[in-house]
Design a protein around this ligand. Sequence first.
Ligand SMILES: [Fe+2]
Length: 287
Amino acid sequence: MFWHFRDISAINWFLAVIDVLDLFFQDKFMFAILSDIHSNLEALNAVLKDIKKRGIKTVYCLGDVIGYGPNPRECLDLIIEKTQWCVLGNHDYATLYEPTNFNVAAEQASFWTREILEEESNKPLCDRRWNFLGELQMRQTLKGKLWSTEATMDFIHASPRRPINEYIFPDDVYTNPLKVKVLFERVKHICFVGHTHMPGVFLDEPDFYSPHELSNVYPIVSNEKAIINIGSVGQPRDKDNRASYVYVEGNEVHFIRLQYDFEKTMKKIKAIDQLDNFHADRLRDGR
Ligand SMILES: [Fe+2]
């Protein structure tokens, strides 16, 4: 009996240690942010695998889960399952309501995406996806300590001024510095965005730093405002065809790039008449 009791205690102790380790390694200070998946299942799987490998359990999404690519159902299901929350992107809006300022190919992809989601025969699954899209917020905000750094972080698809439609391009710091200055007036501290599919950090000087110039790490500090573009999982446009995402550990934002089987995604796009081949070719070229 004694041994039996001791065995159980040992097991409980072991489980307790596992719990503590789990809490210790849990991502209080570690989370990943994804954006612009664009129905690219191969890229999304590569990113989720990398996030899992790093032991990151909290994932946020900046929108454009769908549009352009061949797997809207699968990508929506994974984002619903794996992320804490997602904000509304212009392509999510386009499928849910209507495309605004889209070119013909993007508009066509959006209507095809809607068709595919509507054709789902499993009613609860169909409802879950539409409800998810219908409940997406324009902005999420988190406040807290990243190690010893107090941070206020906004999460928006496009820009702090026009949350789902305004592009902030790296060139804007030279061609339209006033625009960047005005945008920074709406930034409290840190603002994570996607939308342009071009990762990097804007400072209010104004200036832009590519991940390469930052050696892929930006340290968040309390007295510096930053707009951080996390790049695109499923359709990078910075001439690097690898999937892009970031994770935050302590006060450091880490920019990650991952190779994935883009040829498989390209083949799927080319097999669907309603999706323009350009959506496939740009995956190979990263543009
Ligand atoms: Fe996008």
